[in-house]
Design a protein around this ligand. Structure first.
Ligand code: KMH
Ligand code: ZN
Length: 272
């Protein structure tokens, strides 16, 4: 089995300091959290930019500060969000792609997101996909429900995407696919040959689905964007604490954890 890629989703757009006092918000705090997660075994950090008051933003300048601050500390892969927050425009959400980041997310469809609607119209998705490919950005396809995976398969047939892809199954969003082993098993059965996948379980689904991914040969995403607890009723003390646990479980199960360069090789990102 290839080594485990752990992604740390450090801050997201929806979690607040009131809910999780250790949430990193400023570029320096995000970079410090990235370094701690890298030391704990993460090879990718998924980041959202925030204003100093904590509100989400897609401002390219703030993303640049985050990328530079992380780069100054370690070689972890920085994956920027193009999902941003519910209600942002396509143009706003595209802003960090102009920085040619190493990696970025691309949501593959519209989904109810709690009380809101996370809009991803087909034409907008195509704009994102083309822009990322033009900038040489490694795409992570965000799958919140099974129809989104069918869309990715259609894109592959149509040539809008080519070659092995990397999927992130985000399971347990209220409005999306359930955070259950059955849901994950179905999605895994549909992954195109040669492609890779990660699972991001929300809340209490984070640990069991990450463990299942370790066993199945997939990859795992943990962190405050998806889950703020270490266990029921006990807040995690840091993102790194969540990364450490998955790394420990993986090693116990005899699966080594990938370094950032090993993750780049697994994901076909190494530029020669
Ligand atoms: N904040 C969510 C509405 C992504 O980062 O690409 C969307 C999201 C997906 O977080
Ligand atoms: Zn995100």
């Amino acid at each position: 089995m290839e080594k485990l890629i752990i992604t740390a989703a450090l801050d997201g757009a929806e979690v607040t300091r009131e809910q999780q006092p250790a949430l990193p918000v400023t570029p320096e705090e995000i970079a410090l959290a990235a370094e701690e997660c890298w030391q704990a075994g993460a090879s990718i950090v998924h980041v959202h930019a925030r204003q100093s008051d904590g509100s989400p933003t897609q401002d390219a300048g703030i993303y640049r500060e985050i990328i530079e601050a992380v780069r100054a500390r370690c070689d972890v892969i920085v994956q920027v969000s193009t999902g941003g927050a519910v209600g942002m425009t396509t143009l706003e959400r595209l802003a960090p792609v102009t920085l040619s980041p190493e990696m970025a997310t691309l949501s593959m469809g519209t989904v109810n997101f709690g009380d809101g609607v996370f809009m991803n119209a087909p034409a907008d998705m195509e704009t994102f996909g083309r822009a990322m490919q033009a900038q040489g950005v490694k795409i992570e396809l965000e799958i919140f429900d099974s129809g989104m995976l069918s869309t990715a398969q259609r894109w592959l047939k149509q040539g809008l995407l080519t070659g092995p892809q990397h999927f992130d199954f985000v399971l347990g969003v209220p409005g999306g696919m359930a955070g259950t082993p059955q849901a994950l098993m179905y999605l895994v059965s549909q992954v195109p040959a040669g492609s890779t996948w990660t699972v991001a379980g929300l809340g209490a689904a984070q640990l069991p689905l990450a463990t299942l991914a370790v066993l199945l040969g997939g990859h795992a995403r943990v962190g405050f964007e998806d889950n703020i607890y270490y266990r029921k009723g006990e807040l995690a003390t840091s993102n790194a604490q969540l990364v450490e646990r998955v790394a420990r479980i993986s090693r116990e199960l005899d699966r080594a954890v990938a370094t950032p360069d090993e993750a780049r090789a697994i994901l076909g990102m190494l530029r020669v």
